[in-house]
Design a protein around this ligand. Sequence first.
Ligand SMILES: Cc1cc2nc3c(=O)[nH]c(=O)nc-3n(C[C@H](O)[C@H](O)[C@H](O)COP(=O)(O)OP(=O)(O)OC[C@H]3O[C@@H](n4cnc5c(N)ncnc54)[C@H](O)[C@@H]3O)c2cc1C
Length: 415
Amino acid sequence: MKRYSAFAIAREAMRHHTGWERAWKSPEPKKEYDVVIIGAGGHGLATAFYLGKNFGITNVAVIEKGWLGGGNTGRNTTIIRSNYLQDESAAIFEKARSLYETMSKDLNYNVMFSPRGVIMLAQTESEIRGYKRTAHANNLQGVATQYIDAQKVKELCPIIELSGPRYPVLGGLWQPRGGTARHDAVAWGYARACSDMGMDIIQQCEVTGITRKNGKVTGVETAKGYIKTKKLGIVVAGNSGHLADMAGFRLPVESVALQAMVSEPIKPCMDVVIMANTVHGYLSQSDKGEMVIGGGTDVFNNYTQRGSFHHIEETVRALVQTFPMLSRLKMLRQWGGIVDMTGDRSAIISKTPLGNCFINCGWGTGGFKTIPGSGWAMAELMADGEPRALAAPFTLDRFKEGRFIDESVAAGVAH
Ligand SMILES: Cc1cc2nc3c(=O)[nH]c(=O)nc-3n(C[C@H](O)[C@H](O)[C@H](O)COP(=O)(O)OP(=O)(O)OC[C@H]3O[C@@H](n4cnc5c(N)ncnc54)[C@H](O)[C@@H]3O)c2cc1C
């Protein structure tokens, strides 16, 4: 595949952009693969990419029922941070964040990583205590965060109103190298690199059944016929329960809609990402100028990938006291995605009761930021058949054994 470069842009400009290749091929499925991955979201594609890059395994198919990146990967609000509390989480989230730093170069695809800084606002006394504790934990884990006072928050984000009265801004947890990236580009960049390694990305091809023999997966039934495989990875976020059911095991995961919206575009007014977790809303400004706004999950299990009016009202109401300028903005678009929530709000990267079947799910409301780290760890698990250090704590067994990785504070909020 031809490399993207400034020279290539100049060359194509001279010939009216007629020489660009398709970014990835659209092949028909082969009869058999060494590895089949179900789900061409960020996590599935990153798993395939690191299987090829780190282990030389390239006889791989990534099977997607819709279009690649059309699930939560293309629906999220793109916040990247690694300021989680527990050591196990900090390791994988910081690995992912550091891979974002070099992703555009590694994939030869501009994913527009923008480490503009992330502030989690402290608006109650208990949040001050909680974020000071997280900052101390992060410093021990090698994650650069610090607790800042309200004046520093105002300096970093002049449009904020500190005084309340309901929830004044008292300070915040600041991660200077957190930020955002372009979500579609992350999926497209991985897809292009996988296709370049000879892997097949098969879109519009729903998996409808998983066949098994003697405690192992033998293949998958799909809309494009039966495909045999030596190893299977299930990486389907909100649909994980359905796929596990097809494979004959159960997951401790609930599916719930999470919504977000953008305002009309306005002039640049905010160059950090802000989360207000007490009132449960967060916002950043996109490169187009839209305010990207998210809130909490729906309070009931469901599979609806769309927005609803109560969400606009609740989220804007939550944020408007701290960001009064929001009251004068028109909302332009709203959407939803189905997120996969575990009880301890941490992910599952695990072997399953079937010897050659592996699952990656449970990233819930916050898995965009972990795409590269999760793909890295899942590739290790699928290549070796056993987890290495990054994935080892995130097994399914932890729910039986009570080894929870409690991130209900850091990840129980929606981003
Ligand atoms: C509104 C919203 C805001 C969010 N904001 C953030 C944020 O700011 N920061 C952050 O870190 N995270 C955020 N998230 C969470 C993040 O988007 C997800 O955790 C992450 O994208 C999950 O990626 P994935 O690859 O596991 O899943 P997905 O991108 O959903 O990919 C799974 C794929 O599997 C496919 N699939 C399902 N069933 C089948 C089948 N039977 N056969 C074939 N294919 C199948 C689906 O079509 C889908 O494309 C947000 C999520 C939402 C919905």
